[in-house]
Design a binder for this molecule. Structure first.
Ligand SMILES: [Zn+2]
Length: 240
């Protein structure tokens, strides 16, 4: 079957325009550098954030997507602060999945203190399932990505694996810094993103810690709900 040129290998979903950079920016930069097509979908424009307007944030998000090497970035314009897994929102996300047919989707971890992150997780998980139902809006064609990788924002929990993102860490930092309204210095007022006053240091410390778990400089941890199929443990743990 001929592939629609708009299709991608991976779609990374976030509730707000800097979420995927924080939780999975290293993985996205790495996969883009390996030649995979990446799409990014922000559910809201982040208009309720204390800093920046929807317009400023849209420009920052586009710049960050370019830095990571994504082929497109969409915004679903759902209400910031009110992300909901209602049936219509689930179908909207399911249609995006069916249109772009990624092998993997990336979503925020469900147990997060920000209600939008938790709701986004539920919404994307339900959309992933519904996108595969043949009798539901059959005109777009049923399609279910192979898995969902959940990334961490505020709360870290047990995870399934850690990806070495050391070589792509500079891109992740550059992409986060592109969200200047969120992470730049604003007067002398301390910033509080992710519930901490030094968010960039917090993100870097966590990624260094994750990297240390697997013996590399920087890592990103992901959780999947099903066992990870490993063809050959020697590919991972055998001597080089
Ligand atoms: Zn967020």
């Amino acid at each position: 079957m001929k592939k629609n040129p708009a299709t991608v290998d991976i779609i990374a979903f976030g509730a707000h325009p800097d979420d995927v950079e924080i939780g999975a920016g290293g993985l996205l930069a790495k996969e883009a550098a390996l030649g995979y097509k990446i799409g990014i979908v922000d559910l809201t424009r982040g208009e309720m954030g204390s800093r920046g307007t929807a317009e400023i944030r849209a420009g920052e998000a586009d710049r960050a997507a370019q830095i990571l090497g994504a082929v497109w970035r969409l915004n679903m314009e759902m209400p910031d602060g009110e992300v909901s897994a209602d049936p219509e929102s689930v179908m909207k996300v399911a249609r995006v999945i069916r249109t772009y047919r990624p092998s993997i989707i990336i979503a925020p971890y469900w147990d997060d203190r920000h209600p939008d992150h938790a709701k986004a997780s539920q919404l994307i998980s339900e959309a992933h399932f519904k996108a595969g139902l043949k009798k539901l809006e059959p005109e777009l064609g049923a399609f279910r990505p192979k898995t969902i990788l959940y990334y961490f924002l505020n709360r870290m929990d047990s995870y399934s694996f850690v990806v070495d993102v050391s070589k792509h860490y500079a891109k992740k930092q550059e992409a986060i810094n592109a969200h200047h309204s969120q992470f730049g210095e604003v007067g002398l007022k301390p910033l509080a993103v992710l519930g901490v006053k030094a968010p960039l240091q917090f993100i870097e410390s966590r990624d260094r810690f994750q990297g240390a778990q697997i013996g590399v400089a920087y890592g990103e941890a992901f959780l999947v709900r099903t066992p990870v199929p490993v063809k050959d443990p020697m590919m991972i743990w055998g001597s080089e």
